[in-house]
Design a protein around this ligand. Structure first.
Ligand SMILES: CC(=O)N[C@H]1[C@@H](OP(=O)(O)OP(=O)(O)OC[C@H]2O[C@@H](n3ccc(=O)[nH]c3=O)[C@H](O)[C@@H]2O)O[C@H](CO)[C@@H](O)[C@@H]1O
Ligand SMILES: C=C(OP(=O)(O)O)C(=O)O
Length: 441
């Protein structure tokens, strides 16, 4: 298996860098199921990450002619070929891509036995709300041990309206893709209009669906009755907000100015609000953002207090990245509003100079640690994707050699993380290396 290794180096502060944001993992996972309802087409700006490769592999298993070119970041779909009934899929795919659940409505065209995606280090990752939405569209399933048998499909009367529980992102997406497939008009109450869902709606709007969102009452009116699914569709996926946040925090840690290019405006308001609490200004345009402040004079004596939750609250995925700012003397107090156990990364961070106090399962206070690091080498583990992201950022700040194990988690969501980190550091110090005896998780 593989490790992300950072060689010994002397961190250098200051300067300016420019980078390009990668395509969005979460937008891709929300767009892909609806995109596959059309006859053929292409998606561009699709990131070269494990999560994409697994979703492509998964749909190919079911006869979907999908190919992905990692040089051009383009995914091509040439139609739904031969039907593959009664498949039994392997569990490895689920361990690495929770987003597969978004594809369940599509593959319920077959009688299929799937592993039930269980929890992961950040929480239980229950899927019962998603199954509840699917059942309203006549998708039947049966739970047997660790397997879920998906059997299509009683042609029930499609619902005219549906209420999403507790602003769930994936439930919203599943309701939208089921409604598109049935080509109905539907009112979706209480949807989670995360920026990635807006990207999906943009694709549907371009394809001819009629969409109205009443933000005051949070009601989405989706009319897909005149949608022509028998056509080609081409769409550019938005850029990844989590990647942008990673790069900005990396620049702050190394006191650099940063200029990030992206393909369409990102909805980053909650992040900018946090930055302004630290006196940091961002200048934003339609295709780039520039960190304006001089990063050397912002951090000391600031406190960052925040709670994660559905948009426009702070995105849960940013939480482990923001926590690394403690290393610059920022006092952090956080409450994780979404996932039960998303604070386990702190134990790993403690090997790289972070100290913390847990207050229950969801709250923490985080500081810079005064204890000295081991001189020879530091070994840590990427428990989940953003834990891996944060460990990479912290490794930039220490001279010692660092081994970050379980890179499969990092590869799930970062297109080329060693190269991002090297750009931030200004030297080639990070590389992925094969490590024969390690176990991936
Ligand atoms: C609204 C929100 O912020 N969603 C985040 C969530 O989306 P993701 O799509 O994974 O999760 P949902 O938005 O559906 O879930 C939101 C909340 O509902 C709970 N739940 C969900 C389904 C269910 O059957 N039962 C249940 O209790 C979850 O535990 C969670 O606390 O994780 C993604 C990956 O980290 C983030 O990018 C998303 O921003
Ligand atoms: C938790 C994340 O993603 P996933 O839902 O794929 O685990 C993330 O992007 O930080």
């Amino acid at each position: 298996m593989e490790t992300l290794i950072k060689e010994r180096h002397t961190p250098v502060y200051g300067g300016k860098i420019q980078c390009r944001a990668q395509g969005s993992k979460h937008a891709f996972s929300r767009i892909f199921p609806s995109f596959l309802l059309f006859r053929n087409g292409t998606l561009t700006n699709v990131p070269d990450i494990l999560d994409v490769h697994l979703q492509v592999e998964f749909m190919r298993l079911f006869g979907y002619e999908v190919t992905y070119d990692n040089k051009t970041h383009t995914l091509t779909y040439d139609g739904y070929g031969e039907s593959r009934q009664n498949l039994t899929t392997d569990s490895r795919i689920y361990n690495h891509s929770r987003s597969l659940v978004n594809l369940f409505p599509l593959i319920s065209k077959e009688n299929t036995s799937l592993y039930v995606p269980g929890g992961c280090p950040i929480g239980k990752r229950d899927i019962s709300w998603y199954l509840e939405i699917m059942s309203k569209f006549g998708i039947e399933f049966e739970n047997k041990g660790d397997r879920l048998y998906l059997t299509r499909r009683t042609v029930t009367k499609a619902p005219e309206n549906i209420k999403i529980r507790n602003r769930s992102f994936s439930s919203t997406n599943i309701a939208i893709s089921c409604a598109l497939e049935r080509q109905i008009k539907i009112i979706i109450e209480n949807p989670s209009i995360e920026p990635e869902i807006l990207d999906l709606l943009e694709m549907m709007d371009e394809a001819g669906a009629k969409i109205e969102w009443d933000s005051a009452y949070n009601v989405l009116d989706l009319d897909a009755r005149d949608l022509n699914l028998d056509r080609e569709i081409n769409f550019t996926v938005m850029d990844d907000r989590n990647h942008v946040v990673t790069m900005i925090i990396g620049a702050l840690l190394l006191e650099k100015k940063i200029d990030i290019l992206y393909c369409k405006p990102l909805q980053m308001k909650p992040f900018y609000e946090l930055l302004s609490m630290m006196n940091i200004r961002i200048n934003e345009d339609d295709d780039r953002m520039v960190l304006e402040s001089d990063p050397s004079d912002f951090m000391s004596n600031t406190n960052l207090k925040f709670e994660t939750g559905p948009y426009p609250k702070v995105c849960s995925d940013w939480q482990p990245l923001l926590a690394t700012l403690a290393k610059k003397g920022v006092g952090i107090e956080l409450y994780e509003g979404l996932f039960e156990s998303r604070l386990r990364y702190l134990e790993e961070y403690s090997h790289l100079g972070i100290q913390y106090i847990l207050e229950g399962e969801r709250s923490a206070r985080i500081f810079e640690s005064s204890s000295t690091l081991p001189k020879s080498k530091i070994e840590v583990r990427a428990l989940d994707l953003r834990c891996g992201g944060g460990l990479g950022l912290l490794a930039m700040l220490v001279p010692e050699k660092v081994y970050i194990h379980n890179t499969v988690q990092i590869r799930r969501g970062y297109d080329n993380y060693p190269s991002d980190l090297n750009l931030l550091v200004g030297k080639e110090v990070f590389t992925y290396k094969e490590e024969p005896n390690a176990q991936e998780q």
